[in-house]
Design a protein around this ligand. Sequence first.
Ligand code: ATP
Length: 230
Amino acid sequence: MLEMTDVSKTYPGGNVALRNINIRIEQGEFVFIVGPSGAGKSTFIKLLFREVLPTSGSIRLNDVDILNLTAKEVPYLRRQLGIIFQDYRLLPDRTVYDNVAFAMQVIEAPYRKIKRRVMNVLDLVGLRRRAYSKPNELSGGEQQRIAIARAIVNSPSLVIADEPTGNLDPETSMEIMEIFQEINNTGTTIIMATHDKEIVDSMGKRVIAIEHGEIVRDELNGVYGYESEQ
Ligand SMILES: Nc1ncnc2c1ncn2[C@@H]1O[C@H](COP(=O)(O)OP(=O)(O)OP(=O)(O)O)[C@@H](O)[C@H]1O
């Protein structure tokens, strides 16, 4: 469960990115964050993993006040989240397997457990056969699948994605969305910022629209709603 109460963010220099955000997202929901460029979507996403701290307000994730964590506790928070970016952010000189296994190695999981789990998530994203390839030998869609496998390997309760299909063609984007749907089917919450009208309109999920830093719409079974932003 995610709860934001009266959250505002003004960046140093005075840019107001978010104003008075109040939102509650239950475990297992699938939520799109939409809005025009500069609306505050990325800032909203970054607040969730403490990449950015709000100027005021409170954020609770699974009943933990994430703004009151010590520096030591922040990595622990991030390990409970799966985070996916538009530009994949893979380690280029490591294999697909290593890119995914790395997230488990840092928490010192036993070798056998790592191997079993990495192969399972590579299966889920359809890349088991490419386990020993390097990222640059794969297509953009395949690289994003690796990033998704890495994000879910530690079974996070929440997966956060910022424009995950931004560099992909429509067909590949829909395949990626099928993987997100499968992850969501296991009870994992998904929060995704996107400009992709086709995806939002075809998925029929909760849609939270942000404009000028404010929530202007919050609909179950919503649509994209920003024609000029396709
Ligand atoms: N690090 C920063 N320092 C100062 N201002 C920032 C910073 N990051 C974002 N902003 C400003 O905050 C506002 C919201 O930006 P944000 O990146 O959250 O929007 P967005 O909806 O994700 O946009 P886009 O769809 O173009 O990525 C914008 O006015 C932006 O210029």
